[in-house]
Design a protein around this ligand. Structure first.
Ligand SMILES: Cc1cc2nc3c(=O)[nH]c(=O)nc-3n(C[C@H](O)[C@H](O)[C@H](O)COP(=O)(O)OP(=O)(O)OC[C@H]3O[C@@H](n4cnc5c(N)ncnc54)[C@H](O)[C@@H]3O)c2cc1C
Length: 425
């Protein structure tokens, strides 16, 4: 069944140009919101009906939060915006010449197009890892990890063989960036503060959590003092951090490092990289690093002034460095593109985009985080409170803020995790 194209609908709403936005993530949603007073019709397309707060996905994966606490339906977020329409469709192709998208529900025409499809887990061609390892990019990934960790504990209870039991209780996180560090810290706390009470017959000494990093540092974007603090905090939480540890292979039972070392492990979580979403691959454009598409300073696609690419899918350098694939970049790009579309409609010159870096934060469990925000460096409890506050503020919707706060407080005071269910697909 094909839905009517926005061009058809435009006939009812006057001659306002149609801005089609692909992706209800951080970038796309910001474009749609920022165009609320512009003389345009906005059509937002996403394969999911929700906006996901990805920075807290690891909390779903480690049974701290439920998915609905970190996601909200796009229609609910945009309710009340008159020039807005949402469609839950998968975008499969872009026909730049015809100014039309192919989607799972038929073609959609545009006057302006904003591509904000985000990224996907980058396994760097390691097919075995893609098959057996666990990525963390969306809600199903997070639930899969949660199920796996909890199932490994259940199976370990039933396993008479000591070696196989230890493999079931060995959890490997690959990648020492913010996601890997947060994941390893939260996993350690789930196991050592909560699961240890659920499985009193298991020997906690059989549990191993390893964080493998190919380079010689964690959190490469952080100042050295904070990187060291993060490493020490992980050690204190019994996470074995291995530097210079590159993965060669993983068959679902044991991981082989390039050094030749073999570690039996039933669970490997891959947090070592992201690349542009698959849709970007289908555009027939030449890509830069991580499959991202280079854009003009105005964020337009070269040769297509009516097309903009933003967020994780866009490649732009600033002061000689590529902009990172993080939420603030996507949000600020979304804001800038909305302004530029409004200017283009009014026949004004477009403005170049400049990213204002507010800094980075990473949490390593209770009372522990590292923060480099607005030039202020903090670690330990102070950084953790900063992290808590910033993430609560950024969560969409009062209900989500409240639920997350209650869950975190419960977890903090009672050493509990609310969402310890093993669910079947
Ligand atoms: C586990 C994890 C932790 C992170 N932690 C942090 C953090 O702490 N701080 C930080 O700043 N950043 C963090 N990031 C990165 C941040 O989430 C991204 O940089 C940001 O989401 C990029 O925004 P975006 O708008 O480009 O894409 P996204 O927010 O990824 O949104 C893309 C949207 O496009 C939709 N989509 C994709 N393809 C199609 C298609 N073909 N058809 C229809 N819809 C499609 C998707 O469903 C999605 O809703 C984290 C990311 C992950 C995965």
């Amino acid at each position: 069944m094909s839905s009517p194209s926005p061009r058809t609908e435009r006939g009812t709403g006057g001659e306002a140009p149609t801005v089609v936005v692909v992706g209800a993530g951080f970038g796309g949603l910001r474009v749609a919101k920022a165009l609320r007073r512009a003389p345009v019709q906005v059509v937002l397309l996403d394969r999911n009906n929700y906006h996901l707060f990805q920075p807290l996905l690891y909390q779903v994966a480690t049974a701290g939060l439920e998915p609905e606490e970190i996601a909200k339906p796009a229609r609910a977020i945009m309710r009340g915006q008159k020039n807005f329409d949402f469609r839950m469709v998968d975008v499969t192709r872009v026909d730049f010449a015809a100014k039309r998208l192919e989607t799972s529900a038929g073609p959609v025409a545009y006057d302006f197009l904003v591509l904000a499809p985000g990224g996907e887990t980058n396994f760097f061609g390691l097919e075995a890892m893609q098959r057996h390892g666990l990525g963390l990019k969306d809600i199903p990934d997070a639930i899969t990890i949660r199920n796996r960790v909890l199932t490994c504990f259940e199976n370990a209870m039933l396993e008479p063989d000591a070696e196989r039991r230890r493999a079931l209780l060995t959890f490997i996180v690959v990648g020492g960036g913010p996601t890997g560090v947060e994941m390893a810290g939260a996993l350690s706390e789930l196991i050592r503060l909560v699961l240890v009470k659920d499985y009193p017959r298991l020997n906690i000494k059989d549990v191993r959590i390893l964080l493998l990093e190919a380079t010689d540092t964690l959190l490469a974007a952080m100042p050295e003092r904070l990187r060291e603090a993060a490493g020490k905090t992980l050690w204190r939480k019994y996470v074995e951090v291995r530097f210079g540890a590159s993965v060669a292979d993983y068959d679902g039972k044991q991981i082989r490092l390039k050094s030749g070392e073999i570690i039996p492990a039933a669970t490997v979580i891959w947090a070592a990289g992201v690349r542009a979403a698959p849709l970007i691959n289908t555009l027939g454009l030449s890509a830069a690093r991580q499959g991202r598409i280079p854009v003009e300073p105005t964020l337009q696609l070269t040769g297509h002034p009516e097309v903009f690419i933003i967020g994780d899918a866009a490649y732009r350098e600033q002061d000689g460095e590529p902009l990172p694939m993080v939420a603030p970049v996507a949000i600020q790009m979304g804001q800038a593109v909305a302004r530029n579309i409004a200017r283009q409609v009014q026949g004004k010159a477009l403005e170049p985009f400049r990213y204002r870096d507010q800094g980075t934060l990473a949490t390593i469990g209770r009372n522990a985080a590292v923060a480099n925000v607005y030039g202020i460096q903090a670690r330990g409890f102070v950084a953790w409170v900063m992290w808590l506050g910033i993430h609560i503020i950024q969560l969409i919707g009062f209900r989500n803020k409240l639920l997350v706060l209650i869950n975190w407080a419960w977890d903090y005071f009672f050493y509990e995790r609310a969402a310890r269910l093993i669910t079947r697909d």
